[in-house]
Structures are given as C-alpha cells and as structure tokens.
Design a protein around this ligand. Structure first.
Ligand SMILES: Cc1ncc(COP(=O)(O)O)c(C=O)c1O
Length: 368
C-alpha cells in the first residue's frame, strides 16, 4: 500500500493504561489517575441536570455550524461569531491547522518540551519541525523568533505550557507577537486558560483585530471538566476561518458536546470553585515537595512537573504499584521528572504519603 512514507516512522498516541487494567495487574482496589490533567471535581451540576433531562435527537446530524454555542461563546468573549471555530477537542483544531498550513517544504517552530500533538500533526503533513528548548520551563521566545525563516508557516506557543505549567509573561508575549513576521501563523494554545492567574494573563483577544496572524485555542476539556465530550474552540480573525473550515469535518462536534458546553458556559461558579480548590491543593502539594527537597516548575495550571531524584519512569512505576497513575517525564521529553495532575484533597493527601515513603526509600538507598 502507498501511504505517506512518514507514517512508517511514527507511532500512534499511546494512551495510558486503563484504571481497571492497573487494578488487576497490581491487585489494587483503588486507583487514582493523575495523568491527563482532567478536572478531579467533575463538571458543572447544571450540565449533569441538563443531560439527564434533555435527549438530543441522535438520529439527526449535529448542527455543523454550532450555532447556539457559537452565539453564547461570542457573547461571553466579546468577539464576533465569525471569529470562532469549533473542534472535536482542541486536538482537532491543532490537526486542522496542520492540514491547512503545513506541507513538505514548510517548517514549523515550537518549544521543547511542549504539547506533543503540534509536532505529531506537523510530521504527518510532511513539514519540518524546529524545536527550541525551554528555559526553566518557559518558552525561549527570542530563540523561537531566531528559528523563524522564510519557510516557517506556523509557530506554536503553549501558555501555560504543557508539561511545564509555565505561563508566558504578558509583556514578553506582546513583544513576540509584534516581532513575529505577519505571514507566520501564531497559534497560542490556552488549554489551561481558566486556571492561570488573571493578573498575569495577556489581554489576548484585543490583539486579534490588529494581528491577523494569531489564533487562540481554548477547550472545555480542562477546567470545565468535559474532556469526555470532546469540544474545544479557536478564536481568530474572520479571514482565517474559511480556510480552516475547508479542512474541518462537516459535523465535527456532537450534539451532546454542543449542548453541554452551552450549559457549562453559564456556570461561572463551577469554574471559580474548581480553580480555587485546585490552587489551594497545588499550593499545599508545593509545600510538601519543598519539605522533601524536590524541585518543581512554576505552574499556572492543574498539573505540576516535578523533578525526581531518580528516573521519572522508576517513580511512575513505584506510584503505579501503589495506586497512582502519573506521567513519567521521559515520555514527555524531560528526563527525571513526573507530571502530576492536581487531584482532589483526599487523593493528593494520599499521594503525598506514598511520595514520602518513596523519598525515604531513595534516601536510604533501597530504591534507585
Ligand atoms: C496544551 C494542550 N492543548 C490541547 C490539549 C487538547 O485538549 P482537548 O481535550 O481540547 O483536545 C491538551 C490536552 O491535554 C493540552 O494539554
């Protein structure tokens, strides 16, 4: 068969083990998954009520224009309806951008480490990938500007960055946007927007008018807790939308996802509660890590990248045997780290106990 040659050199995304599988393997009753930056507090009760009392007509295709959600979101964000594009998760918008802007002979610039789907999709499209190492978890914006050449079509900024959690400082971001050539598409992925400190965040939507080469990505998967429904969105200038619409599947977001997101948007209290609980738990987890002398990166998200005295893979293994699934940093491109999603109060307390045992074993030399 004659598929794209690059596919023979690439591997599919490896989802973590399913909870039931880990339980069976280690004979555990309880597993806490802290690996995918999901919301440990669930989702808005208003969404739960809505979904239990409204049944979308499943025999009918969903609204391919996402009309109602588009109207509500445009209102909430203070942008025009024709500035929005919806995806089956932000993942799909990343894929659409790859399809629309990347091809053999073009290149794309991104941080290292960052969200892996930027690279994955760029490679599938046959584009060259230029990775610029982060500095203490922060994007090296000067390095990224220097990497741009006349073949660069897209530059990816992930802020806060996954997996480091670091937010690009507002003024640095503004300067970057001003200096970036106007024919290079800047994708600012704000999947963790709701978690980041409002005082530190850029007023990015007001830049869309002036900078026509900017796309901002956000999602309902993280703070809104709707990862299972797969819905995210992009905000950009209206001229870019038709090109992205060409590569979008006609009915790419489900009726359930559209309706749930619409209801979720009305529940600001749920988001405030999620963020304030997350921040309190994250702070106390940071204090615990300080107490055992483990370094962690500045996080403006619902996860933390933690440096480990032994390999991240080994720490991952120990935690898994003890009922916690985290992400080993080796797979994310940062050795001797683990990425831990901030869980609920009880789960994080229990995690700390297991980490303390691990720390003691490492200090005694019984675990290397
Ligand atoms: C930075 C970043 N962007 C995008 C996504 C994808 O989100 P979605 O669930 O909307 O596809 C994630 C998910 O982990 C992420 O961390």
């Amino acid at each position: 068969m004659k598929s794209k040659h690059i596919l023979n050199k690439m591997t599919p995304y490896q989802p973590g083990k399913q909870i039931e599988e880990v339980k069976r393997e280690y004979g555990l009753d309880r597993i806490v998954k802290l690996a995918s930056n999901e919301n440990p507090f669930g989702y808005s009760g208003k969404v739960a009520d809505y979904l239990s009392s409204h049944k979308p007509a499943l025999n009918i295709y969903p609204d391919g224009y996402t009309t109602e959600l588009r109207r509500a979101l445009a209102n909430k964000l203070g942008v025009s309806e024709n500035q929005l594009i919806f995806g089956n998760g932000t993942d799909e918008i990343v894929q659409m951008i790859g399809r629309a802007y990347l091809y053999p002979g073009a290149n794309t610039v991104m941080a290292m480490p960052t969200f892996p789907q930027y690279k994955h999709n760029a490679l599938v499209e046959g584009a060259e990938v230029k990775e610029v190492p982060t500095i203490n978890g922060y994007h090296d914006l000067d390095g990224m500007l220097a990497a741009i050449d006349d073949k660069t079509n897209v530059i990816w900024l992930c802020s806060p960055n996954n997996p480091t959690g670091c937010l690009i400082p507002r003024d640095d971001l503004y300067r970057f946007i001003e200096k970036c050539p106007s024919d290079v598409l800047i994708v600012l992925d704000e999947a963790y927007f709701e978690y980041a400190d409002k005082k530190l965040q850029p007023e990015i939507l007001s830049y869309l008018e002036q900078y026509k080469n900017l796309v901002v990505l956000r999602t309902f998967s993280k703070a809104y807790g709707l990862a299972g429904l797969r819905i995210g969105y992009g905000i950009t200038n209206p001229e870019l939308i038709p090109g992205l619409d060409v590569v979008r599947g006609p009915f790419n977001t489900s009726s359930f996802a559209q309706q749930a997101a619409l209801v979720a948007l009305e529940d600001d209290e749920f988001i405030e509660d999620t963020v304030s609980r997350n921040n309190a738990i994250k702070k106390s987890f940071g204090q615990f890590l300080d107490s055992i002398g483990w370094h962690y990166f500045d996080s403006q998200t619902n996860f933390m990248l933690v440096s480990t005295p032994i390999s991240g893979d080994r720490v991952f293994q120990y935690l898994q045997e003890n009922g916690f699934i985290v992400r080993p940093g080796e797979g994310l491109g940062v050795s001797k780290t683990i990425r831990v999603t901030i869980g609920n109060e009880t789960d994080m307390q229990d995690l700390q106990e297991v980490l303390y045992q691990l720390h003691t074993k490492i200090n005694e030399g019984s675990l290397t």
